[in-house]
Write a protein that binds this ligand. Structure first.
Ligand code: CA
Length: 231
């Protein structure tokens, strides 16, 4: 089953970019540029997640979030807020209004996708694809197994989460910071070199004999999973 995401954003290029990336990740996407229209769409479409811009003309993101939370039929729909940098008190206000999480503009696509998937994994686990398949490797989130062709790859819990995170953004360069954030959590007190250590362990488990290395190191930046390179 596919999760439905509603984007509420009045900046058309940003809304388009979000739509493109969410659809590429397999989500069904609806969008709206105004809070008034979005309020109707939320009630009618019952999306699995609302990505809500803070700054909207007329009805603001914060007001719309309040209205979503006030109605019994929409109050449990997760909301991911987009905020501008530096609005620390606003961000706290956003979360106290009932947003589930927030992302600060300008954000990177992998960061946003990680947040979207984290929220949906909690709120609507049955709407997330159980099996990720990239470059001949199959990761089953439900069964917690990894197969490379006919061979089962045994991984520790951190390597499993790391592989899952990498496989969710195939072909994209993920920085050590993004990997730390996505796998260990943004508050974790972990050194960036820890990422390299766990990537090393993951590679060791994934590669047998003359099998190819599905993880590519991007010097000075981070790692890419899969052969295909996206812009
Ligand atoms: Ca805006």
């Amino acid at each position: 089953m596919t999760a439905k995401v509603l984007i509420v954003e009045d900046e058309a290029p940003l809304a388009e970019m979000l739509r493109y990336n969410l659809e590429a990740a397999g989500f069904v996407v609806a969008s709206s540029a105004t809070g008034e229209e979005a309020e109707i769409l939320v009630a009618e479409e019952q999306p699995d997640l609302v990505i809500l811009d803070w700054m909207l003309p007329a009805v603001s993101g914060i007001e719309l979030c309040r209205r979503i939370r006030a109605k019994p039929e929409t109050k449990s729909i997760p909301v991911l807020m987009l905020t501008a940098r530096g609005e620390e008190s606003d961000r706290i206000r956003g979360l106290s209004t009932g947003a589930d999480d927030y992302v600060v503009k300008p954000f990177s696509v992998p960061e946003l996708m990680a947040r979207v998937k984290a929220i949906l994994r909690r709120a609507a686990p049955d709407r997330m694809a159980d099996v990720l398949s990239v470059s001949g490797i199959d990761l089953d989130r439900a069964a917690h197994t990894v197969m490379r062709g006919p061979r089962e790859v045994r991984l520790g819990p951190t390597e499993f989460r790391l592989l899952e995170f990498l496989m969710e953004s195939p072909g994209r360069v993920l920085t050590r910071g993004q990997l730390l954030d996505g796998v260990w959590g943004r508050d974790a007190f972990v050194d960036e070199r820890t990422v390299d250590v766990h990537i090393g362990r993951l590679r060791k488990s994934l590669i047998r004999g003359n099998e190819s290395d599905p993880i590519r190191t991007v010097r000075g930046t981070g790692y890419v999973f899969g052969e295909r390179q996206l812009a």
